[in-house]
Design a binder for this molecule. Structure first.
Ligand SMILES: NC(=O)C1=CN([C@@H]2O[C@H](COP(=O)(O)OP(=O)(O)OC[C@H]3O[C@@H](n4cnc5c(N)ncnc54)[C@H](OP(=O)(O)O)[C@@H]3O)[C@@H](O)[C@H]2O)C=CC1
Ligand SMILES: Nc1nc(O)c(N)c(N[C@@H]2O[C@H](COP(=O)(O)O)[C@@H](O)[C@H]2O)n1
Length: 226
């Protein structure tokens, strides 16, 4: 069975998720970062696109020791599975995701990924081929389901979120809207990609909750069933 997919990201009041140089930007406050850690702890796997790794060198690990202890007490691994969507196997083998924290790392690549890079990554991670030239997210979700992932958190970035939202491959979206404006036409927004041209294609959402956190807002949407 496919996992329940929760998209979680933080954007500025003008919808940007980082700067025009794609530099990682602190949008959440302490309380929201604590919420994000809690959500990571509650999920079986946490995912980003390779663009995020190359920009941020994300570790994607659970940081709060109390949450790690809570997971182990519940018979879970210390860390949720950490997953990268990376058609061309560009994931740096010395990235923070490999250096920090314990547990399984999974890299989804395409069949056309260079074999030498796949071999190098296979020494550090479970490398799975899913899709011909580009990773196919429906195959990814099926595979993660087979691997026992029931709840998946997708953190970004903008290109991966376009694929998840345009293909309607999500259940919930949690967007933290921070009290700042970043600006810049070239700064990634919550969702980029090619965009819809017709209203019939739009991904529709159902509002579930709005909560003030730090000096911003956490908005929870569910996918609106057609
Ligand atoms: N504020 C926040 O909450 C967050 C902000 N960010 C920010 O987002 C930015 C990165 O976003 P972005 O550059 O768009 O990169 P993404 O992280 O979205 O990764 C996109 C890449 O994933 C690969 N990919 C493989 N298969 C697919 C598929 N089916 N659909 C989509 N992508 C696929 C592609 O590379 P390839 O073809 O090589 O496989 C693609 O270029 C950074 O600046 C980062 O800081 C990221 C996460 C959260
Ligand atoms: N929720 C959230 N709020 C922000 O303000 C952010 N900048 C991000 N960024 C995401 O978190 C990843 C970093 O994770 P690690 O600290 O390396 O574990 C980053 O790559 C973005 O995915 N998120």
């Amino acid at each position: 069975m496919r996992p329940y997919v929760i998209i979680n990201a933080a954007m500025s009041a003008d919808g940007k998720i980082s700067t025009k140089e794609h530099r990682q930007t602190k949008i959440s406050g302490d309380q929201d970062f604590a919420r994000v850690d809690r959500l990571r702890a509650d999920c079986d796997a946490v995912m980003v696109g390779i663009g995020t790794i190359l920009a941020d060198d994300s570790s994607l690990r659970l940081k709060n020791p109390d949450l790690i202890a809570e997971r182990t007490a519940a018979g879970k691994t210390e860390q949720p599975m950490r997953v990268v969507i990376d058609s061309r196997a560009r994931m740096p083998p010395d990235g923070d995701m490999f250096k920090k924290g314990t547990g399984q790392r999974v890299i989804f690549v395409a069949e056309t990924a260079p074999p030498d890079r796949v071999a190098a990554l296979a020494e550090k991670a479970t490398v799975i081929s899913a899709g011909t030239d580009k990773v196919d997210l429906t195959l990814v979700l099926d595979k993660l389901g087979e691997m026992g992932v029931k709840k998946l958190m997708v953190e970004g970035g903008a290109t991966l979120l376009w694929s998840f939202t345009s293909q309607k491959l999500f259940d919930e979206i949690r967007i933290y809207v921070g009290a700042l404006i970043i600006g810049g036409t070239d700064a990634p927004t919550f969702v980029d990609g090619s965009g819809f041209t017709r209203a019939e294609g739009f991904t529709r959402l159902a509002l579930k909750n709005v909560e003030k956190i730090d000096d911003g807002l956490l908005i929870t949407w569910h996918k609106k069933e057609e």
